[in-house]
Structures are given as structure tokens and as C-alpha cells.
Design a protein around this ligand. Structure first.
Ligand SMILES: *[C@@H]1O[C@H](CO)[C@@H](O)[C@H](O)[C@H]1NC(C)=O
Ligand SMILES: *[C@@H]1O[C@H](CO)[C@@H](O)[C@H](O)[C@H]1NC(C)=O
Ligand SMILES: *[C@@H]1O[C@H](CO)[C@@H](O)[C@H](O)[C@H]1NC(C)=O
Ligand SMILES: *[C@@H]1O[C@H](CO)[C@@H](O)[C@H](O)[C@H]1NC(C)=O
Length: 461
């Protein structure tokens, strides 16, 4: 089971559309061009898109879309660039782009009889910063694995590929070199983000300063980072939320301890299966439409992104290689990374929090990788600032006047944000608040400012 493979509603038949397209093609082919253009308005086009190498001796390539900042607050050569990585394992960052935080999103609040369309996102993460969406690892989305054997089986290989791709991206424009780079992502990217961040720090230490990647921070939303600790939190979380009774809690705890025991034994494939059984049982017991958001009556509609990107004209304007059939999540990549699922990426976060800055944020309604699940592993961080962080005030966060947005806790280089009114896909559910969060965190402003926190406990170091 994939972390972000959402339960899909059955696909509607596309036959009538195809008939209409053929009909128009015969009548007046400019009409066809117009219909493609209206599905993908010119203003929605990325600044740049294409393919990046992962290894000099391989034809495998990584697909990316880059959107320049809409209203940069400094010269472009100093304007930060955010990189977005989707989870899965095996899900495409085009979900992030066209369903969550990109400048144009599918109209997911449309009525059933309205056509699919793109609409501007007022909460886009590229208002002040450049933004790149990367289909990672190869075999995912529009990225190409020339052979299945080249698809990474672990986070080290994921990081090696991303590093080569990023170097090529930065080289593609002389102004990119000096721009601060922030790696962001969600869900299973709770492992990719630390993996590439850690790899960059290690590589930078070996490289001359002119050849380094200007890493400025990493951000993880609703992440799976330290699975053994995280899998142990579901039973208590749903019990104290009133979603299961005590007997069911006991049943879940039994399943959780199987997942923990298999993880401790290094029986990786069986450990992943055991975690999936916990989540399946949780789904079954609660009867919820989706574990990604216990407040929702239906699952997220990310399959709309698949519908958009399977359109040949859309693929063409995005510069996609013709033969790639787009799927929002790749089962093959999911299978290949199956043994990686329960392996921890915490040690890499420990390095990043020492050498860089780290943002963790969680949508409050998520039952898979939510608030409790994150706090459980964060408090075990081997970092000299951890006591101060845990003792720091958890501040009430308001983005828009008096309306409550969530909570921010920060000490030193570590910030944790709880986003209220959001599930697993925070930018989908709270677009403007997610934008305020990422901007304030990158720019160290508002509650995310240095020195905006009580220093009462600082002396404990
Ligand atoms: C990671 O996976 C690659 C294949 O994708 C393999 O060649 C390499 O040995 C693995 N490294 C570790 C540390 O397991
Ligand atoms: C891994 O766990 C499974 C399920 O419990 C078990 O059948 C298998 O023998 C274990 N493998 C190893 C190498 O211990
Ligand atoms: C849970 O599983 C049981 C046994 O397989 C099944 O009968 C029941 O319908 C399931 N309930 C839900 C809500 O999926
Ligand atoms: C702290 O955060 C608040 C709320 O965003 C802000 O008004 C204030 O200027 C910030 N800075 C300091 C140093 O308190």
C-alpha cells in the first residue's frame, strides 16, 4: 500500500470526450487547438520544464517543472528556490503542483457536471520564491527509468540521483548558482527530503565553495521519517480521539507491535506489510472515507491530476516525452521501495538540524502521518537543542486577523507547525495559511523569527 496512493473513485468513461474531439478535428481543427489552450491557459505554463540526468552512464532522466517567483522581494539572483518532492513511494510531484501548492490547480471543488479546468491558486508557494516540482525517483510520473533495475531501492540512491539532477538544473541558468535552495516535500518525502539534504551537506564538505549547492533548509509536511516510532502511535491517537474503543485499541496495539518487532529484526518487507495491516485495520474499524483526513466525507480527488496530464496536448505544452503514459503513482516504484518503507531517516534530520534549518508541519486531521506521530519521533532526536525545543512555548498562530490557523513551536533551527483545518495535503486544504507558513519560515519573519521565543530554558544547554 502506498502512502499517498489515495483511494480513487471509479474513473468516468472518457468515450464521449473522445468522440467530441474527433468530431471537432474533422470540422475545424482550430477549435481543437482552442480547447487544449483553454484546458491549459498560457499563463499557467511553467517558466521552464524538461529533463535532468541522474547518472552520466544512464538514459534514465528526471522530469521537472520550474515556476519563477511571481512577486520576488529581492533580485532574482538572491531569491530563494523551493524544491517540492511528493511521497508514495512512487507518487508524482505533479500532485503537489496541480492539486496542492502550484500556481494553477485543478478545480477540485467543481460540481460533477462541470468540466475539468485549471484555476489560479491564491496560496501558491511561488509568490515570493522560485518553485521546482521534481518527479522523483525515476519511474515516477513523467520521469523515465530506462531499466527497472535503475530505480533506487534505498534513500542513498535516491539522493545520488537527485543530487546529479539538481546540479544540472542549477547549471542550466547562471543566476541559479547564488540562490538559496530549500528542499520541501510531504508524506514519504519525509525520507527523501532528509536524504537529499544530508547528501548535499556531505558532498558540500568535499567540494570547493564555488561548486557547492546553496542548501538553506528543509521542510517536511506530514512526513514518514522514523517509521518504527510512528507506527506505534496510531492506537493511542485514535483511541483518545474517540474513533475506536478500548478493545479495538488493544487489537491495533497488537498489530503495531508486530510491525515494530519485524522492523527491529530487520525483516523489512514483512515489516512494511505489518504496517499496512495496521492502517488497513484502522480504516476498517473507523469506517472513515480516508485516513488522510478524518474530517472528510470523501477522499482527496487527486485523480483529477491524472486526467489532466493524460491529455496529449497538455503533455506537449509541458515538454513531456511523447511515449510516457502518465500515472499519478507508480506501483512499480512502490514495489521496488517496499523494503525501504520501515527504514528510518531520523539520523539525517539530526545532521540537518545541526547544520541547516528544519521545518516540520502537519495537517491536524491526518491519521497516517500526523501531529502525534511526528511529536513521538521528534522528542527522540539526538540533538543538543532538543530539551529547549520541547520546552519552548507552543504559540497560537493566526494568519488572518483573529482566525486561528494553528500552532508554532520553535527553538533554534527546528520549527514545528500544526495546521488546523487541514489533513495530509496541507496546501490543498489551507492554501493561504500554508503559503504564509512557508514564506515566514524561509524569511524568518512573524512567529518564525529568530528571537521570538521565550529564552527561559536556553540556559539548560
Ligand atoms: C542502495 O541501492 C542500490 C540500488 O538501487 C544498491 O546498488 C546499493 O548497494 C544500495 N545501498 C545500500 C547502502 O543499501
Ligand atoms: C520475516 O517475517 C515473515 C513474517 O513473519 C516470516 O515468515 C519470515 O520468515 C521472516 N524472514 C526472516 C528472514 O526472518
Ligand atoms: C471490516 O472488515 C470486516 C471483515 O473483513 C468486514 O465484514 C466489514 O465490512 C469491514 N468494515 C468496514 C467499515 O470496512
Ligand atoms: C513575533 O511574532 C509576532 C506575531 O507574528 C510579531 O508581531 C512580532 O513582531 C514578532 N517579533 C518579535 C521580536 O516579537
Amino acid at each position: 500500500m502506498l502512502l499517498i496512493k489515495l483511494s480513487h473513485t471509479p474513473m468516468e468513461s472518457t468515450a464521449p470526450n473522445r468522440f467530441l474531439l474527433i468530431f471537432f478535428f474533422f470540422c475545424l481543427d482550430t477549435k481543437l487547438a482552442l480547447s487544449a489552450a483553454s484546458l491549459f491557459p498560457k499563463e499557467a505554463l511553467p517558466t521552464k520544464s524538461g529533463y535532468l540526468p541522474v547518472n552520466p552512464s544512464s538514459d534514465s532522466t528526471i522530469f521537472y517543472l520550474f515556476y519563477e517567483a511571481q512577486k520576488p522581494i529581492s533580485t532574482l539572483s538572491k531569491t530563494p528556490i523551493l524544491i517540492w518532492l511528493q511521497g508514495g513511494p512512487g507518487c508524482s510531484s505533479m500532485i503537489g503542483n496541480f492539486y496542492e501548492l502550484g500556481p494553477w490547480r485543478v478545480n477540485f471543488n467543481k460540481k460533477p457536471d462541470e468540466p475539468l479546468a485549471l484555476e489560479p491558486n491564491p496560496g501558491s508557494w511561488n509568490r515570493k520564491f522560485g518553485l521546482i516540482f521534481i518527479d522523483n525517483p525515476i519511474g515516477t510520473g513523467f520521469s523515465v527509468a530506462s531499466k527497472p533495475e535503475e530505480i533506487p531501492r534505498n534513500q542513498t540512491r535516491v539522493a545520488e540521483h537527485l543530487f546529479t539532477a539538481l546540479k544540472a538544473f542549477i547549471k542550466s541558468d547562471s543566476s541559479f548558482k547564488s540562490r538559496p535552495i530549500y528542499i520541501t516535500g510531504e508524506s514519504y518525502a519525509g525520507k527523501y527530503v532528509p536524504a537529499i539534504g544530508y547528501y548535499i551537506l556531505k558532498k558540500n564538505a568535499e567540494l570547493p565553495s564555488w561548486d557547492r549547492i546553496n542548501l538553506a533548509g528543509v521542510a517536511i509536511g506530514n512526513g514518514l521519517t522514523d517509521p518504527e516510532i510512528q507506527v506505534s502511535t496510531h492506537a493511542a491517537n485514535v483511541y483518545f480521539s474517540g474513533l475506536v474503543n478500548e478493545r479495538q485499541r488493544g487489537e491495533l496495539e497488537m498489530l503495531q507491535s508486530e510491525a515494530v518487532a519485524l522492523t527491529k529484526a530487520g525483516n523489512w518487507s514483512a515489516a512494511t506489510d505489518a504496517r499496512n495491516r495496521v492502517l488497513q485495520k484502522l480504516e476498517n474499524m473507523t469506517g472513515l472515507a480516508t485516513l488522510y483526513d478524518f474530517s472528510k466525507k470523501e477522499a482527496y480527488k487527486d485523480e483529477m491530476v491524472e486526467e489532466l496530464l493524460q491529455n496529449d496536448d497538455v503533455k506537449k505544452v509541458l515538454g513531456v516525452k511523447g511515449s510516457v503514459v502518465y500515472e499519478i503513482c507508480s506501483d512499480l516504484v512502490g514495489e521496488i521501495l517496499h523494503e525501504d518503507v520501515m527504514k528510518s531517516a531520523k539520523y539525517m534530520v539530526e545532521w540537518l538540524v545541526k547544520e541547516s534549518k528544519v521545518l516540520l508541519y502537519q495537517g491536524h486531521f491526518d491519521l497516517r502521518d500526523g501531529v502525534v506521530s511526528t511529536e513521538a519521533w521528534v522528542k527522540t532526536l539526538n540533538w543538543e537543542g532538543i530539551e529547549n525545543f520541547l520546552n519552548a512555548e507552543r504559540k497560537v498562530w493566526k494568519v488572518n486577523g483573529d482566525e486561528l490557523s494553528g500552532y508554532v513551536q520553535k527553538w533554534g533551527s527546528l520549527t514545528n507547525v500544526v495546521v488546523l483545518g487541514a489533513g495530509h495535503l496541507v496546501p490543498t486544504d489551507q492554501a493561504l495559511n500554508s503559503q504564509a507558513m512557508i514564506e515566514d519560515w524561509v524569511l524568518d519573519s512573524g512567529l518564525f523569527q529568530k528571537g521570538n521565543y521565550s529564552t527561559t530554558f536556553m540556559n539548560q544547554i
